[in-house]
Design a protein around this ligand. Structure first.
Ligand SMILES: C[S@@+](CC[C@H](N)C(=O)[O-])C[C@H]1O[C@@H](n2cnc3c(N)ncnc32)[C@H](O)[C@@H]1O
Length: 225
């Protein structure tokens, strides 16, 4: 029960967060093992929170997704959640810049029984996305990597999701600074990009979108045109 301290959930109330964890059990032994093995391998502890993982699985189920794209693999935690949500026949293209992260993720997908349903693309997603376009359109795109790239990833999703497909993006609250960027001058470029991303998602015309108010802010849009 560490997520309330790592990633807030439950209106900032530890009591509510513990209650929700007790009832909904967002992290099972497999996901816990991925988190711990990633830590032992020296990966940064920046996987999605326990409830964010559950949101990804449930939303993938809700969308009936069978083809998903993830930007930012890390150790495979969120990828396993997405693959669980897609069930039999689900396939995931996931992009990762760092080989050491991809190596941990390969083992995570193998242990989860998903090795034959996932392709890890090593390198910068902004350059690699073109290669998977013939495999599209996708049912779900999840953004969880370089924030400066979010506007470009959104534009790509606008072109390569099917109508009715969903776009998800973690960290949409800019670590709490999106509405007050002056308080985090070091993060200015990322915050500008996150703001541009949110404006385009909300008002760009291709998506009907909302925010799931997790601690990090999970943006959610359905492609409407
Ligand atoms: C927040 S972590 C992803 C966490 C993962 N989605 C999870 O919850 O298990 C971000 C990852 O994106 C990778 N990354 C950063 N910029 C990238 C880029 N341009 N293309 C591909 N991967 C990138 C980082 O190396 C890091 O592993």
């Amino acid at each position: 029960m560490q997520s309330p301290r790592e990633k807030g959930f439950g209106q900032g109330s530890l009591e509510l967060a513990r209650w929700a964890e007790g009832v909904f059990a967002p992290e099972d032994a497999l996901l816990n093992e991925i988190r711990q093995r990633s830590d032992r391998a020296g990966l940064p502890a920046i996987h999605v929170g326990r409830f964010d993982g559950l949101h990804l699985e449930v939303l993938a189920r809700l969308a009936g997704a069978k083809k998903a794209v993830e930007i930012g693999t890390l150790g495979g935690y969120s990828g396993v959640c997405l693959l669980r949500g897609m069930g039999d026949g689900g396939r995931l293209h996931t992009f990762e810049l760092v080989e050491a992260h991809a190596e941990v993720a390969r083992e995570s997908f193998r242990r989860a029984g998903f090795a034959d349903r996932v392709t890890i693309h090593l390198g910068n997603a902004q350059e690699g996305l073109r290669a998977i376009e013939p495999d599209g359109p996708s049912d779900l795109v999840f953004l969880d990597a370089d924030k400066a790239g979010y506007p470009a990833y959104l534009a790509w999703a606008g072109e390569h999701l099917r109508v009715g497909g969903i776009l998800l993006a973690d960290n949409a609250f800019g670590w709490g600074y999106i509405a007050n960027p002056e308080a985090a001058p070091d993060a200015a470029p990322s915050l500008r990009a996150l703001n541009e991303f949110a404006e385009r998602l909300a008002r760009g015309g291709r998506f009907r979108a909302t925010m799931i108010p997790t601690e990090e802010g999970l943006a959610l849009g359905v492609k409407v045109r």
